[in-house]
Design a binder for this molecule. Structure first.
Ligand SMILES: [Zn+2]
Length: 307
């Protein structure tokens, strides 16, 4: 599934969704998202972001594509096809992502840059595809930018303690083939590539980066895995189980919320379906989201569009 939105000046952002639907048990994925919090916010969460009957969070796996006059940029590359993974949502999937990309004028050979927020399995999958039994770079003319800290950590054996399947095979089938071909560059906080500025966003992984694009008077932030659910906006203490440094992840989330609310930057999270993304607004002592439709979370925070 794809959704496209014009950014002005001939540029477009395209959300390419490999999977969208209820996946994980809410408290398994986010132990601090208590039943009481979810039920109190059911009016705006239910069905779109949380399925109350099964207590599953709605989650998407996706790629962000930005088409500009002089560059075609992918921010992260989803799960990819034919990869052996423990997660049933990622294991040996087969989606027509490349056909969809060709349909919007972004055939694989046209992609100029791949920017990684981090190197987890669901963010590097389309880096490669299986051709004649070999993992081959999918975007032959692109330069792939990888956070240096993540690469250093994920390629060290001790980093695999959390979830071995997220590292060993991922590096082998989706990262190393790119490095071996000389197509990768390291990227760090403050670096700028094709107009995208990398900002450190550690916590989910040590080297996680988010990417800020100023275009047509707007700041758009590709916010990676700082958020896995919109419930983390009014309740920023809620982490996912995959956030490796839990307290640092909260600090990073708080900083990004403060920045987004102050500057009216648009956030495009990695796991939320909806090409329009979020506007963050101040609400009492905390924050709320401006979605495309006004809604009331029922917890005292006011939700609605901000423009
Ligand atoms: Zn992720």
């Amino acid at each position: 599934m794809m959704k496209t939105q014009a950014l002005g000046g001939g540029a477009e952002v395209v959300q390419i969704v490999e999977f969208d639907g209820p996946t994980h048990d809410a408290q398994w994925m986010m132990p601090d998202a208590t039943p009481a919090i979810l039920e109190a916010n059911s009016a705006w969460l239910r069905d779109r972001f949380w399925m109350p009957r099964t207590n599953r969070l709605v989650f998407s796996y996706q790629l962000w594509l930005v088409k500009m006059s002089d560059a075609i940029v992918l921010v992260d590359t989803g799960c990819g096809n034919a990869k052996q993974r423990v997660s049933p949502y990622q294991n040996m999937i087969n989606t027509p992502v490349l056909d969809w990309m060709e349909g919007v004028g972004a055939a694989p050979e046209k992609v100029t840059h791949v920017l990684h927020t981090h190197l987890h399995s669901d963010h590097v999958g389309w880096n490669t595809r299986l051709l004649d039994g070999r993992w081959t770079p999918t975007f032959p003319n692109a330069t792939y930018y990888m956070p240096r800290l993540d690469y250093d950590m994920f390629t060290r054996h001790e980093a695999q303690k959390m979830s071995p399947d997220m590292y060993d095979e991922v590096i082998t089938d989706s990262v190393k083939p790119i490095v071996d071909e000389g197509m990768s560059r390291f990227i760090e906080d403050g670096d700028e590539v094709a107009g995208f500025v990398a900002r450190a966003a550690p916590g989910h992984t040590p080297g996680q980066l988010i990417y800020s694009l100023h275009h047509n008077g707007e700041e758009i932030i590709f916010s990676g895995d700082v958020f896995h659910s919109p419930i983390q906006v009014p309740f920023p203490h809620i982490n996912s189980r995959w956030c490796e440094d839990q307290s640092l992840a909260r600090v990073t989330r708080g900083k990004l919320l403060e920045h987004a609310a102050r500057t009216n930057a648009r956030l495009l999270p990695a796991h939320i379906e909806g090409v329009e993304g979020w506007r963050v607004v101040r609400s009492g002592e905390g924050y709320a989201i401006g979605f495309d439709q006004p809604r009331d979370c029922g917890c005292g925070a006011r939700f609605g569009t901000t423009d």
